[in-house]
Write a protein that binds this ligand. Structure first.
Ligand SMILES: [Zn+2]
Ligand SMILES: [Zn+2]
Length: 130
């Protein structure tokens, strides 16, 4: 299914926009399934939970979704919110088995820092859906 999060034809990087308000044209973009690894990747495909990323933001920088669990979690929370708006009759948590919206889980939001300040998690790479 077509992405419900991001228009492929815009030729923008989802994270460049989210993190830097940079909506410039990107020559090279890669498709990223927001929920990845085995079953989740299929669900991402089924519901259009995909974004388009420049290569650094996909896998080759400290802010890459496949290297930085904070960045990945941010995109996942966004995807969950969008899913819940788009499919109000469906139960995201039942389908995906988890709630990704952190501020609903943790009450203490004061310690949250800007994403750019986080150190990457070295084992954040999962599966081979690059
Ligand atoms: Zn980017
Ligand atoms: Zn990916």
């Amino acid at each position: 299914m077509k992405s419900i999060l991001h228009n492929k034809n815009d030729r923008t990087c989802f994270l460049c926009m989210l993190l830097y308000d940079d909506d410039s044209y990107k020559q090279v973009l890669e498709e990223h399934h927001v929920f990845f690894g085995r079953a989740l990747r299929k669900l991402s495909e089924k519901f259009g939970l995909k974004v388009y990323l420049c290569i650094p933001h996909h896998r080759l920088s400290k802010e890459a979704v496949h290297q930085n669990a904070q960045v990945s979690g941010m995109v996942q929370a966004y995807a969950q919110r969008t899913f819940e708006k788009k499919f109000p009759e469906k139960n995201f948590r039942e389908i995906f088995g988890k709630n990704y919206i952190m501020d609903e889980i943790e009450e203490n939001q004061e310690e949250s820092e800007p994403v750019a300040g986080f150190t990457p998690i070295s084992d954040g790479v999962e599966g081979m859906d690059w």
